[in-house]
Design a protein. Structure first.
Lengths: 258, 258
DNA sequence: CGCAAAGTTGAGCGTCCTCAAGCAGCGTGG
DNA sequence: CCACGCTGCTTGAGGACGCTCAACTTTGCG
């Protein structure tokens, strides 16, 4: 039926409340340790034995995956309310480094404690399931960005995603302080630092963003929608319509019901 | 400590048994419906209300994500034992299309049935958690491939991943039947169909793969390790050492314990 | 004040995309 | 049976996007 019409995400900033409630639920039902983070601190490292899950209460954490051959990539950024270490459950070893990019606080909980608490408090289990599900979805968006967007648009999309993350948490979205170097951003987005720099300059020339004076890491976003429009424009320039689309199957074989 | 030394994955084909056991556990404790799949059948569509989870018993399914602007991408392939629909839990709507690429059988289970069963049979819950965790890890590998490898190597890595998936399921890995067109592969890997074709030709010239006569979709892989070596070589050609590495922080701030 | 790290910008080049032509497999119908 | 058309695949030529290399500026810190 309504294929393209993906329903809009839930209300604007009711999310923020949901996150606060989730955190509250956690702290009331699961034994946890609070740990203060400073930029550069590692929560855990790739290959380390999995034992704890982490929930970020404040601050910003990057996830860095490293391959056996030495390649490494920033595969994700985590904000308040996000869970860390979920990828360690399957193999009983973490699959990434988790490194703080800013001061903050993380809640450390033993995985078995959490599971125990879940049996008593089913809402907790729901919280955990949703966190994982969300992570999967987010990663797929990142993949799609890498696979289908030109460099400029990828940077714009990255900023839009960051702004969204802030909005979801009830914070102002007209100003972002990037706590990463151009090299880190480039690594995350699959491009070089020079390309990131040029893309940002181009966004500035197009009045989509503005640099706050002093330091090129504070970015002002007058209008978040303009970022989305910039992405659209890059897409439209490539092809008249339906960029890189797959040939759609005959739309048959719905067979939704029994 | 042992940073780069990520421990090798569990024994060779004990995995196959683990998958079979998982499926058995499922079928014994969760009410499920079996559904036969034919190539082109859609299990579910993006935006549809989430209600069921699916576990693939045989066959091959692709996950296609579609963005609001019409872009779409094959974000994953699922084999026997894999779970489908996990991304629907958070938003209560599926985030992808799941389309069969081959004949097969999928087990359909109501999510709430599963959760109920989990309270009685904790191993089931463990199974579910692991499936999600594995999915997260797999997606990050895909991201890294997109972000850090040149086109040729991406294709090689794709084949290696496919062979791995077969090996994990106790199947022979010296022969792969690609059930996708070059366009689909290219879409998945973020390149055009022509580039896929050229990459495959190059792999053939390098004797890393061979085409089975009749149809260019059956690929023979004399030696899986050769694929990995091909990736390494593409990497080495780019830079003398440490391709696209991040500047590693002072390695301080371990603070593992209390 | 001076050095190191981060960022910007330009010039040249390589990888990959675009466009185009040709071929192979396959089902349909005369 | 073969002509026909259709879809999928391969290969080549040319061009564009993004990478490499390099010079320079700015910021931050001892």
């Amino acid at each position: 039926m309504n294929r393209a019409a993906i329903p809009a995400d839930p209300p604007p900033a009711r999310h923020a409340q949901a996150i606060a409630q989730g955190l509250d639920l956690l702290q009331r039902h699961v034994p946890l340790r609070r740990r203060l983070l400073h930029a550069g601190d590692a929560l855990y490292r790739s290959g380390q034995a999995f034992e704890h899950l982490y929930v970020l209460n404040s601050g910003l954490v990057k996830l860095v995956r490293l391959a056996a051959d030495g390649r490494e990539q920033v595969v994700g950024l985590q904000f308040r309310g996000d869970w860390l270490g979920l990828d360690g459950i399957a193999k009983e070893r973490y699959g990434c480094d988790a490194v703080a990019l800013d001061t903050g606080e993380v809640w450390v909980l033993r995985y078995d404690d959490l599971l125990r608490a879940c049996t008593r408090t089913p809402e907790l289990l729901k919280l955990l399931h949703e966190a994982k599900s969300r992570e999967i979805g987010r990663e797929r968006d990142a993949m799609m960005s890498l696979a289908t967007l030109p460099a400029d648009a990828r940077v714009a999309e990255f900023l839009r995603g960051w702004a969204d993350a802030l909005a979801t948490r009830g914070l102002r979205t007209d100003q972002i302080t990037l706590r990463m170097t151009r090299a880190e951003i480039g690594n995350h987005l699959g491009m070089t630092l020079e390309t990131v720099s040029r893309a940002l300059s181009k966004l500035e020339r197009g009045a989509v963003i503005r640099f706050e004076e002093k330091g090129r890491r504070d970015i002002r976003i007058p209008c978040v929608e303009a970022l989305g429009r910039f992405v659209q424009r890059s897409l439209g320039a490539q092809r008249p319509a339906a960029p890189r689309a797959l040939p759609r199957p005959p739309a048959a074989a719905y067979a939704l019901s029994a």
